[in-house]
Design a protein around this ligand. Structure first.
Ligand code: F6R
Length: 596
């Protein structure tokens, strides 16, 4: 999704600071980028395509200014062209605006402004903002007031940053779209996400919806849009700039796959007591019934989480957040849990807001401290993965599964299972994941099947979300067709697509009824000549029917799903790598989907 950076106090380094900030936001996904620098006038440069196109465009130029804003755009209104890239300007060229989100009443504002003589240079909703500011300035408002007046006319979601010629300040505001302020000695930053300026400071102010910020050489102020001053807290982020580098790996995703032992350790640290067989989260919730809302990979984690609660006898269901908001199920005394890596996914936020509107208590399970979800929900459980830069979720999914285990164990226990054994298995997870990373043959499997016509993934019970996630990971980074199924479902239609050129990845762990039935499904696809790759802990005899085996260490049935997923992440990575795909920034995708 779009990224914003703004800064003051960086002197001659202003342009480099903006370009560096945009590079650090690339992971969010974008299709054009631009910057505006201001002093007595405003200079804008913007280009469709990768950041390198913008770098080339500014290389031969003298862009001066001690304040500036920059933007990476992920198209919503209008295609990714130079004209539609941000910043957008007014008719005089004295105002430049970058914006994330969607202005819902932009068409009526645009008609009104066009009627009054304004000319528009883009198809975007954003462009109405600089023209509204222009009008307010023409009516005599001072620049800060002009920005406030323009914002008061906008309906929808936004994070905006604005520069005005002759003003050594950046103005910004947020409504339903993240914005964070960075504070260091003599320099101040505004961004949609901390990595944009983390190399310059670790001191941050997370802005709230409806807040307006001004940064200038003397400091910063935060107020409501209409000008009432707000007190704010300066937080310190607990990760280092190096945490957002590649550390020698070819891709962020590969680095993040390899960071999973650490991510899991961090998630569990101080929360499980193996001797006392207890879990202690800094969380005080009772759960009689639970509804999960989430999207994409987080939805797969939610499906897994719902299974944990049902296993303990608690009514639990996972919903796609976008469906939940439209077709909300009856809420009794349900806790509504939003699972979201970013904590900013618009669909999940809407579902949680609907649940709150109906009186439900809400809990966010997220990775991002200070995210909108963590601030809007009654409670938050952090998964503590550290920053994830690759667009495809990897370590955050594993940590979500671990965190949901902790949540279930603390609130409703382990059902018929031995709590001590589950806790021991959770404790062993980081080591077990490391063992897989050290011994995996996923790359060979990927090389063998890279030219296949399609890929199927099957699993039952806790392995069903793993099958879904295996398919999602493969399709999003390799662009190959892949589908995940509850193992019993394949024969109800999709079996027609199974051929000798469609490998089937079967996740079979343990040797219970689910495993035995899945092996039955494996035999069905084998009879149709499909190659079979079994992901297994070796407890069943699935290997006998498989062309390849991806092994996982023996573990508890609950944690087997976490381990099996690691092998499928690696298969997806190696298939995508063999095909030369843009693994960290897959086409059309964004890290944080802040539109519905
Ligand atoms: C896939 C992926 C997406 C996200 C989904 C929800 O690898 O990352 O499917 O899981 O967009 O995002 P969050 O978890 O931020 O709510």
């Amino acid at each position: 999704m779009c990224g914003i950076i703004g800064c003051v106090g960086r002197g001659d380094a202003t342009l480099d600071t903006l370009l560096g900030g945009l590079a650090n936001l690339e992971y969010r996904g974008y299709d054009s980028a631009g910057v505006a620098l201001a002093n007595e006038s405003v200079t804008v440069e913007k280009k469709a395509g990768e950041l390198d196109a913008l770098r080339e465009a500014v290389a031969g130029q003298t862009l001066h200014g001690s304040v500036g804003i920059g933007h990476t755009r992920w198209s919503t209104h209008g295609p990714p062209t130079d004209a539609n890239a941000h910043p957008h300007q007014d008719c005089t060229g004295d105002v430049a605006v970058v914006h994330n989100g969607i202005i819902e009443n932009y068409q009526s504002l645009r008609d009104e402004l066009a009627e009054a003589g304004h000319t528009f240079a883009s198809d975007t909703d954003t462009e109405v903002v600089p023209h509204l500011i222009e009008d307010a300035l023409a009516d005599g408002a001072d620049p800060e007031d002009a920005v406030r007046q323009a914002l008061s006319r906008i309906e929808g979601s936004y994070a905006v940053a604005v520069v005005v010629a002759g003003v050594d300040a950046v103005f910004a505001a947020r409504e339903d779209s993240p914005l964070v302020l960075g504070v260091s000695d003599g320099a101040y930053y505004l961004a949609s996400d901390v990595p944009a300026f983390r190399e310059h400071t670790d001191r941050v102010v997370y802005l709230e919806d409806g807040e307006f910020a001004r940064i200038d050489a003397d400091g910063f102020s935060v107020s409501s849009i209409d000008g009432t001053p707000h007190d704010v807290t300066i937080d310190t982020v607990d990760w280092d700039p190096e945490d957002t580098g590649k550390s020698g790996y070819d891709h962020f995703m590969l680095k993040e796959i390899h960071e999973q032992p650490r991510a899991l350790r961090q998630c569990l640290q101080g929360r499980v007591d193996e001797l006392g067989a207890s879990v202690s989260l800094d969380l005080d919730v009772d759960i009689a019934r639970v509804q999960f809302v989430a999207c994409g990979t987080s939805y797969h984690a939610a499906l897994y989480g719902a299974g944990l609660f049902r296993a303990a006898g608690i009514p639990a269901q996972a919903f796609y957040a976008h469906e939940y908001a439209l077709d909300t199920p009856p809420i009794e005394d349900d806790l509504v849990v939003g699972v979201s890596q970013s904590g900013e996914t618009a669909d999940t936020l809407s579902a949680l807001r609907e649940a709150r509107r109906r009186g439900a208590r809400t809990l966010a399970v997220t990775n991002v401290v200070g995210s909108t979800m963590s601030r809007e929900c009654d409670d938050t459980l952090y998964i503590r993965s550290g920053p994830e830069i690759g667009v495809a979720a990897s370590k955050t999914f594993s940590a979500q599964l671990a965190a949901l285990n902790l949540l279930a164990l603390q609130t409703v226990g382990a059902g018929d299972e031995d709590l001590r054994e589950v806790i021991a298995a959770l404790r062993d997870l980081p080591g077990d994941v490391q063992a897989i990373l050290d011994s995996t043959t996923a790359e060979e499997v990927a090389e063998e099947y890279v030219d296949s016509d399609g890929f199927f993934f099957i699993g039952r019970g806790a392995n069903y979300p793993v099958a879904l996630e295996g398919a999602l990971k493969l399709k999003e980074i390799s662009y190959e067709h892949a589908e995940g199924f509850a193992a019993g479902e394949l024969k109800h239609g999709t079996l027609a697509l199974v051929t000798a050129d469609t490998p089937v990845f079967a996740v079979v762990t343990g040797n219970d009824e689910a495993a035995r039935k899945t092996i039955g499904n494996v035999k069905e696809v084998e009879a149709r000549d499909a190659p079979v790759v079994a992901v297994t802990d070796g407890k069943s005899d699935v290997a006998r029917y498989a062309d390849h085996v991806l092994e996982i260490p023996e573990t508890h049935p609950r944690t087997a799903a976490v381990l099996a997923n690691i092998q499928l992440q690696l298969v997806a990575y190696h298939v995508a790598n063999a095909l030369g795909r843009s693994i960290d920034k897959p086409r059309n995708l964004a890290k944080s989907v802040t539109v519905e």
